[in-house]
Design a protein around this ligand. Structure first.
Ligand code: ZN
Length: 324
């Protein structure tokens, strides 16, 4: 097993697998490359290998330790459930944990002191080793970087660091020279397409994602937002038009997928609810009408969920909206 979910990075998998099976894992790595190509995933899989209770040198991925290494606490701070897999990231921990210091400008020295130095040098709680993952390591403040440097220069036994960054040049030279670079490439379009599809995003988006899943997700979100805005604008136009012909643009906005139409309708209902609330606040007499519109749209959603034919449901909705 090992690195089974890290797709499209064969060189990285080979490098890390060899280091693990050969027993010459570096004390500190620097995973470099664009966002959304698997750096953190690789770090987590490396962490699994270090804490696996089955003794699988690459991590069995199924034992309790392996699973807890990649399962995050649902409540903040959202860190892995395994006590030997630590995360450092700007703003990850509340002030109550760090004691003091704002992290507005970067990862503060307090975080390094409390989260990292407080653990380094002590044996791991459960696993074979302690694994410390630093997200966006280029955001280390100078004092934090220097505090970290000390432990990078004098490696504690059974402790491994993985610094993640998309801007390695922003790291101190001294940090760079103490960490071994592993370079991550943009992913092949095919793989980005697969990964996007698994998250419910049309795979065509991959063509514009530059080999990055996070970029693809951001694009899809942007596209979805534009579609929502257009849908609301078309609904407004349909209501303002002198006759039903004005509803044509709205019909044209109708997506083929029922779920997508439901999402758009849900957004429209939400928009009416927000407008109604604003009308109440501003004490205009629109509130009643907007509340009725909200009701019309939610009823249309129910009809659609009961397998109503999308075109007819939309038409009936516009007719009723125009009566409000
Ligand atoms: Zn395991």
């Amino acid at each position: 097993m090992g690195f089974s979910s890290l797709l499209g990075q064969p060189t990285v998998v080979q490098t890390l697998s060899r280091a693990l099976t050969g027993g010459h894992l570096a004390h500190a790595y620097r995973f470099e490359g664009p966002d959304g190509v698997g750096k953190e995933l690789a770090a987590l899989q490396l962490a699994q290998a270090l804490v696996c209770e089955q003794g699988d040198p690459l991590g069995c991925e199924t034992c309790s330790a392996c699973r807890r290494a990649v399962t995050f606490h649902p409540e903040p701070p959202r860190v892995p459930q395994h006590p030997d897999v630590l995360f450092v990231q700007r703003g990850l921990y509340p002030a109550s944990v760090l004691g003091s210091g704002s992290e507005a400008t970067g990862i503060g020295v307090e975080q390094i002191r409390r989260i990292v130095l407080g653990r380094v040098g002590f044996p791991p709680h459960e696993g074979r080793a302690l694994c410390i993952i630093v997200r966006d390591a280029h955001e280390l403040t100078l004092s934090a970087a220097n505090a970290l440097l000390k432990t990078l220069e004098e490696p504690a036994p059974r402790t491994h660091f993985i610094l993640l960054t998309n801007q390695p040049r922003r790291l101190l030279d001294t940090i760079r020279s103490r960490t071994l670079a592993v370079r991550f490439r943009p992913l092949p379009e095919q793989i980005v397409g697969d990964l996007l599809e698994a998250r419910g995003v049309p795979r065509e988006v991959a063509a514009f994602a530059g080999g990055s899943v996070s970029q693809g997700l951001a694009l899809a979100e942007e596209e979805a937002r534009t579609a929502r805005e257009r849908f609301v604008a078309a609904a407004d136009a349909a209501l303002a038009a002198p006759d039903l012909a004005g509803a044509l643009p709205l019909a044209e906005q109708r997506p083929e997928e029922r779920d997508q139409l439901l999402q758009l309708l849900s957004h429209l209902a939400h928009t009416y609810a927000l407008r109604a609330r604003a009308a109440i606040r501003e004490e205009t007499d629109e509130a009643q009408r907007l509340a009725e519109r909200y009701g019309v749209v939610t009823r249309a959603m129910t009809d659609l969920q009961r397998n109503g034919q999308a075109g007819l449901v939309l038409e009936a909705m516009v007719t009723q909206l125009r009566r409000t």
